[in-house]
Write a protein of this length. Structure first.
Lengths: 291, 442, 311
C-alpha cells in the first residue's frame, strides 16, 4: 500500500470509529449534564445493551434489525428503573451515588456472567463484509455503526435543542432548583435522561458486538473512552462532544497503528488524567463550575 | 420525602434481585455437583491413601479412597476448556473404578478426583492448591496457566506432591527439573509445551512453502516463548519474520493489526490465543477483503472444537473457514487407544478433543499406572517409576524426557495440523495421517 | 484499659494461638488473605471513611508496592530486576515497596489534590489502570514470578501477617486519636468550615493520602509474598471493589469496620464454595443494599453500645 493510501485508510477508519465514540460520549454527557452524577454503571449498561441484542437475535431468533430496536427499548427501560429505584434514593450524597453505581456496574456484569457465562459470545450482525472504494476498504458493520451513530447524534441534538422536553432537560442541567420552580419534574427528567443514555449505549454495543466480541466486562473500556471524549469536548456541550469524539477516533486509530495496540489503552487513560488535571473545562467546552 | 410506596417498591425490587442472585447461585452450583466431585466427601481420618490393609478379598469401597487433585478453570475465561479437561480425567477415573478400582499392594481402592479452581487470578489458585494439600491428594493434575504453577509449586514441591501439568506450557517449568532436581523432581508434564506448539507453526509454514510470515499473539509469557521458538525455527530455514504483535488480553479491536498485515502481505499469519478472546481477531481478519486470502494458522487455542467453529460461522459466515490449528492428537490412530477413546468420548460428549480431554485422560493413566507399578503412593518411589513410563495413551506414546516432559516427536506425542473447511475438520499433516491436502483460502 | 481494648487484646491472643490449637492448611491460608485485605481495607477507610476523600485508586500503591518488592526479591531474570548483590530480608523488601508506593502516590497527590469530587474519582481510577497497562507491557500479563517465599513456610507468613495487621491497626488507632485524626474528621465533615477554622486542608489531605498509600503498599507486598508472584491483576477494579465492599459492609469511618468486613468476606469466600465462585456478585449486592438502606454499615448498631467517644 502506498503511504498516501495507508493514511487515507487510517483516516477513514478513524472517522468511523469516532462516530461511534461520539454516540457513546453523548449518552454520558447527558448524564453528567442533567444529573450531575458520575455514573460508573454506564459501561455496564453498554454491556447489557450488547447482551440484549445477543439475546434477541441469537437466543430468541429475532431478525437482527428487530433485535436492535428491542435492545434499545429494553435498555431504555433498565435505565429508567435504575434511576427511579436506586439512584434517586441516594442522590443527596455524591459519594453514595458513585459507590452505588460502582456496585451496580459490578452487579450487572456479574449477573450477565451468571446468566450467559463468561465466554466471549459471537453475535451475528445486521450486515456483513466490506466494500472497497478507490483502494480504501470500508468495513460495512463499522460503517453502519457510524451512520446510525451520526443519525442518532443529530436526532438527539435536535431533540434537546428544539423540543419542549429537550428544553426541560436543558433547564434541569443548568439549575435543578430553577427547574423545580418552573414546575419541571426533576425526577421524571432524570429518569428520561438515564433511559435515553442507556439506549444510546445499547445501540453502540449492539452495533459493535458482532465485530468486536461480547463478554461481560466489555463495558469498561467504552466507559473510559466515553469519559475521555466528554472531558475533551467539555462536559456541557453536546456539539463539542461529537467533534471531540471524531478527533479521538482519529487519534486512537493512528496511535494503534504506529505505536501498537497496548498504547491505545494507555493513551486513553493518559489523556483523561492530563485533561482533567490541566484543563478541566476541556478543549471546546465552557468552564464547568461543579466538577 | 420518600413515599411509603416508593420504599416498598424499591425494597421489593432489591429483594427480588438479591434472592434471585442467591437462588441462581445455588441452582447453578447444584448443577455442577455432578461433575465437580467433592470437597464435601472428605473421608474420615483424612483419606489415608497408604492404608496397609492386607485383606486379599477387598471390595474397592472398603479400602481407603485415593484422591487425585485436579486443578483447572472452574471460573473465568477458560471455563469451557476446564470442563473438557475434567471430562477426560473423569472418564479415566470412571474407567478405573468400573474395572475394580486401583489395585496395588494387595488391595483395591476407589479413585476420585478432587477438583479445585484455577481461577483467573493467582490467589484463587494458591488457596485451591492448599485445599488439595489439606485433602492429602496423591498427586495433582491440570493447571491451566503457567502463572498458577509458579504461584503454587513451592508449596506443592515442599510437600512432595507429584504434579502432572496438562495445560500450563512454559518450558521453564520442566527445565527446573534439570536445574534443581532434588526440589523439582515431582514436576511432570503430559501434553505439549511452548516449543512443541511453536513447532507446529513451523511445520505449517514449511508445508505451504511460505517465504515470510507475520505473528500475532496475546501478551502472555507462553506466547512470547512460543514466538521466540518459532523465530528460531524459521530463521534456520530462511523463512522471514515480518514482525510480531503482542496484544493485550482484553483487546477487541484489531483493525490496526490487520491493517499492518495487509500492508506487509506475508505468505502466512501465525496466531496464538488461548481462548475466545481470539474470536474478535479472527472475525475481523476474515472480514477484511485482502487479509482473508492470506493463509492463517493458530498454535493451539480453542479452534479444535466444532461448536466453536460452528458458532463463529453462524455469527459471521466463513469466519472459521480455511483456518489451520496445530493441536494435540486428533481422531487419528496415534496409538491403538486413540480411536476407541474418541469414539467413547464422542458418545457421551458429542465431540472429542485430544488436547483437552485426551491429555487429561492420559495424565490420570500415567499417575495411576505409576502407583500400581510402584506398589505405593510414596512420592519418591513414584517419581522413579514415572520416569520409566512407556505407556500408550490417547495423545500418543508417552515417554518422559530427562526434563520430565513427554517426548514430542513422531511415534511419540505428536501434534498434527488440522484444517477446518466449511465446518468439517481434516488432518493435513503429517503425511502419514493426512486426510487431505491443505486448501488455501479462496 | 476499657472494654474495647480488652476485647482487642483477647482477640489478638486468640489469633496468636490459632496455628497451635486449630491448625488447618485452609484456615491459615484464609487468615493470610484476611490479613492482607484487612490492611488494604483499613487504608481505604482512612482516606474515605475518616477524611472524606473518595478515591477509587487504592490499588495503585497496593500493586506498585507488590511489584517493587518483587523486583527486589525475585530470582527470575526480568526487566528492571533490582540486584543488590545480597539477599534482602523480606521485611526490608516489604518496607521498601511500601515506601516506594507512598512516594509515587505523593507525587501524584500534588496535582490530584487540586481536583475535587467527580474528577478526583476519575483520575484516581485511571491511575492504576495506566500503570497496569504499562506493567503488562514490561512484564507481560503474568507479571513477575518466583518471588521466593517470604519465609520458609506458611505459618511464619501467617504470624508475619498477624503482627503486621496489629501494628497497622494500632498505629491507625493512635493517629486517629491525636489532633491529626481530629483534623481528618474535620475535613470530612465540612471542608469549608475546616479551612475557615485554620486547618491547612492541602497539608492534611496530603498526609491522609500518604499514610493510606503506605498501608495499601504494605498489604500489596504481603499479598505478593503470599502468591509468590507480582500480578498485574493487583491493579484491577475488582480488587478495589472488594476492598471498598469490606469497609462499606463492616462500617465506614470506624476502625473495626474494615476488620469485620474483611473477616466476613474472606471467610465466606474461603469456606463457602458458592460464595467463592460468585464472590463479586454477592459483594455487589451487599454494597448496593448497604448504601441504599444502611449507609453506616453493618457494625453500626453494635458499635452504638460501645461508643463512648467517637473514633
Amino acid at each position: 500500500m502506498t503511504d498516501l493510501a495507508l493514511i487515507a485508510q487510517l483516516i477513514v477508519n478513524g472517522l468511523m470509529a469516532g462516530g461511534t465514540y461520539a454516540i457513546l460520549a453523548i449518552g454520558l454527557s447527558l448524564i453528567f449534564g442533567v444529573m450531575n452524577v458520575l455514573n460508573v454503571s454506564y459501561g455496564a449498561l453498554y454491556a447489557l445493551g450488547g447482551y440484549f441484542g445477543y439475546t434477541f437475535s441469537v437466543l430468541l431468533g429475532q431478525p437482527p434489525l428487530a433485535s436492535l430496536f428491542l435492545a434499545m427499548i429494553a435498555s431504555f427501560g433498565i435505565g429508567v428503573l435504575i434511576e427511579r429505584f436506586a439512584i434517586e434514593r441516594v442522590k443527596g450524597n455524591v459519594n453514595s451515588v458513585i459507590l452505588l453505581t460502582f456496585g451496580l456496574a459490578i452487579l450487572i456484569e456479574q449477573l450477565i456472567t451468571l446468566i450467559y457465562s463468561g465466554s466471549y459470545q459471537a453475535v451475528p450482525g445486521i450486515i456483513q463484509g466490506a466494500i472497497v472504494i478507490g483502494g480504501i476498504t470500508v468495513n460495512l458493520p463499522r460503517f453502519m455503526a457510524f451512520v446510525v451513530s451520526v443519525a442518532l447524534s443529530l436526532l438527539l441534538i435536535v431533540f434537546v435543542y428544539r423540543t419542549k422536553i429537550g428544553s426541560a432537560i436543558r433547564v434541569v442541567a443548568f439549575d435543578q432548583e430553577l427547574a423545580l420552580l418552573r414546575g419541571i419534574s426533576v425526577r421524571r427528567i432524570s429518569m428520561l435522561t438515564l433511559g435515553i443514555s442507556s439506549m444510546l449505549a445499547a445501540t453502540a454495543a449492539a452495533l459493535l458486538a458482532p465485530l468486536l466480541s461480547l463478554y461481560p466486562a466489555v463495558g469498561w473500556n467504552p466507559l473510559l473512552i466515553a469519559f475521555v471524549v466528554v472531558v475533551l469536548g467539555g462536559m456541557g456541550s453536546l456539539g463539542g462532544t461529537v467533534i471531540a469524539g471524531v478527533i479521538y477516533g482519529l487519534v486512537d486509530v493512528f496511535t494503534g497503528f504506529y505505536l501498537g495496540s497496548e498504547w491505545r489503552q494507555i493513551t486513553v487513560l493518559l489523556v483523561i488524567v492530563a485533561v482533567l488535571l490541566l484543563r478541566p473545562q476541556g478543549i471546546l467546552g465552557k468552564v464547568v463550575e461543579r466538577v | 420525602m420518600k413515599s411509603a410506596v416508593s420504599n416498598i417498591v424499591t425494597a421489593a425490587i432489591v429483594i427480588v434481585v438479591l434472592v434471585g442472585s442467591v437462588a441462581g447461585t445455588y441452582y447453578a452450583t447444584s448443577g455442577q455437583a455432578q461433575t465437580v466431585t467433592i470437597r464435601s466427601t472428605i473421608t474420615q481420618g483424612g483419606g489415608g491413601a497408604t492404608s496397609t490393609v492386607t485383606n486379599t478379598v477387598t471390595a474397592a469401597s472398603q479400602a481407603a479412597e485415593i484422591k487425585i487433585g485436579f486443578i483447572t478453570s472452574l471460573t473465568g475465561v477458560a471455563t469451557d476448556v476446564g470442563k473438557q479437561m475434567i471430562q477426560g480425567a473423569q472418564y479415566a477415573v470412571d474407567q478405573i473404578n468400573n474395572g475394580g478400582g486401583l489395585c496395588y499392594a494387595g488391595s483395591c481402592h476407589k479413585v476420585s478426583l478432587d477438583i479445585v479452581d484455577n481461577g483467573d487470578t493467582t490467589d484463587i489458585a494458591v488457596v485451591s492448591a492448599n485445599k488439595l494439600l489439606q485433602d492429602q491428594v496423591v498427586g495433582v493434575i491440570g493447571f491451566l496457566y503457567t502463572g498458577s504453577v509458579f504461584a503454587t509449586q513451592t508449596a506443592l514441591m515442599s510437600h512432595k506432591v507429584p504434579i502432572l501439568m496438562t495445560s500450563a506450557s512454559a518450558v521453564q517449568l520442566t527445565n527446573q527439573v534439570l536445574t534443581n532436581y532434588s526440589q523439582f523432581k515431582y514436576m511432570f508434564r503430559v501434553g505439549s509445551n511452548d516449543s512443541g506448539l511453536a513447532y507446529t507453526g513451523f511445520s505449517f509454514l514449511q508445508l505451504i512453502n511460505a517465504k515470510s510470515f507475520y505473528a500475532i499473539a496475546e501478551d502472555f509469557q507462553y506466547a512470547h516463548y512460543e514466538m521466540g521458538f518459532l523465530g528460531n525455527f524459521t530463521k534456520s530455514a530462511n523463512i522471514q519474520s515480518l514482525g510480531v504483535d503482542f496484544t493485550p488480553f482484553s483487546a477487541t479491536d484489531y483493525s490496526s493489526e490487520i491493517l499492518k498485515i495487509v500492508n506487509l502481505h506475508p505468505s502466512a499469519v501465525v496466531g496464538s490465543f488461548s481462548g475466545d478472546n481470539g474470536f474478535a481477531f479472527l472475525k475481523q481478519y476474515k472480514a477484511d477483503p485482502v487479509a482473508s486470502h492470506i493463509p492463517i494458522m493458530f498454535l493451539g487455542g480453542p479452534w479444535g472444537s466444532k461448536s466453536t467453529i460452528d458458532t463463529l460461522n453462524s455469527a459471521q459466515p466463513g469466519s472459521a473457514d480455511y483456518i489451520v490449528d496445530g493441536t494435540l492428537g486428533w481422531n487419528i490412530p496415534l496409538t491403538k487407544l486413540t480411536s476407541p477413546f474418541c469414539q467413547a468420548i464422542e458418545k457421551t460428549f458429542s465431540f472429542c478433543n485430544i488436547g483437552t480431554q485426551g491429555v487429561n485422560y492420559d495424565a490420570v493413566q500415567v499417575l495411576t499406572n505409576a502407583i500400581r507399578t510402584a506398589g505405593t503412593t510414596d512420592p519418591d518411589a513414584l517419581v522413579k517409576v514415572l520416569e520409566q513410563t512407556d505407556l500408550a495413551g490417547a495423545s500418543g506414546r508417552l515417554v518422559f524426557t530427562a526434563a520430565h516432559q513427554v517426548l514430542l516427536a513422531p511415534g511419540f506425542t505428536q501434534l498434527p495440523l488440522i484444517e477446518w473447511i466449511k465446518g468439517s475438520v481434516y488432518v493435513i499433516y503429517p503425511p502419514n495421517f493426512a486426510q487431505q491436502a491443505y486448501v488455501r483460502p479462496p | 484499659m476499657n472494654s474495647r481494648q480488652a476485647i482487642a487484646v483477647v482477640l489478638s491472643a486468640i489469633f496468636f494461638t490459632i496455628p497451635v490449637i486449630a491448625y488447618s492448611i485452609l484456615l491459615i491460608n484464609v487468615l493470610i488473605l484476611f490479613f492482607a485485605f484487612a490492611i488494604f481495607a483499613a487504608s481505604w477507610d482512612l482516606i474515605f471513611g475518616y477524611t472524606g476523600q473518595l478515591t477509587l485508586g487504592q490499588t495503585f500503591p497496593y500493586g506498585l508496592s507488590g511489584f517493587v518488592s518483587a523486583l527486589l526479591v525475585t530470582n527470575y531474570p526480568v526487566p528492571w530486576k533490582i540486584n543488590l548483590g545480597f539477599n534482602i530480608s523480606p521485611i526490608a523488601a516489604l518496607l521498601i515497596g511500601a515506601l516506594a508506593a507512598t512516594l509515587a502516590s505523593s507525587v501524584l497527590a500534588f496535582p490530584a489534590l487540586r481536583v475535587k469530587g467527580n474528577s478526583l474519582v476519575i483520575v484516581s481510577v485511571a491511575t492504576p489502570l495506566i500503570v497496569q497497562q504499562l506493567f503488562i507491557k514490561i512484564w507481560g500479563e503474568e507479571g513477575i514470578p518466583q518471588v521466593s517465599h517470604l519465609v520458609q513456610d506458611t505459618v511464619q507468613l501467617y504470624y508475619f501477617g498477624l503482627v503486621l495487621t496489629i501494628l497497622v491497626y494500632l498505629s491507625l488507632y493512635w493517629i486517629l486519636r491525636t489532633s491529626i485524626g481530629l483534623r481528618f474528621r474535620a475535613i470530612r465533615e465540612d471542608e469549608l468550615a475546616a479551612q475557615t477554622s485554620g486547618i491547612n486542608i492541602v497539608r492534611y489531605k496530603f498526609l491522609a493520602y500518604s499514610i493510606s498509600s503506605f498501608y495499601a503498599g504494605l498489604a500489596g507486598s504481603y499479598f505478593t509474598f503470599f502468591t509468590s508472584h507480582a500480578d498485574p491483576t493487583m491493579f484491577s477494579l475488582s480488587v478495589m471493589f472488594q476492598g471498598a465492599s469490606m469497609v462499606l459492609v463492616g462500617g465506614l469511618g470506624t476502625l473495626v469496620g474494615p476488620l469485620v468486613g474483611a473477616f466476613l468476606l474472606t471467610f465466606a469466600s474461603g469456606y463457602l464454595e458458592y460464595v467463592s465462585t460468585y464472590r463479586l456478585l454477592l459483594y455487589a449486592a451487599a454494597v448496593i443494599i448497604i448504601i441504599m438502606f444502611l449507609p453506616k454499615g453493618l457494625m453500626h448498631p453494635f458499635l452504638e453500645r460501645f461508643r463512648r467517644k467517637a473514633v
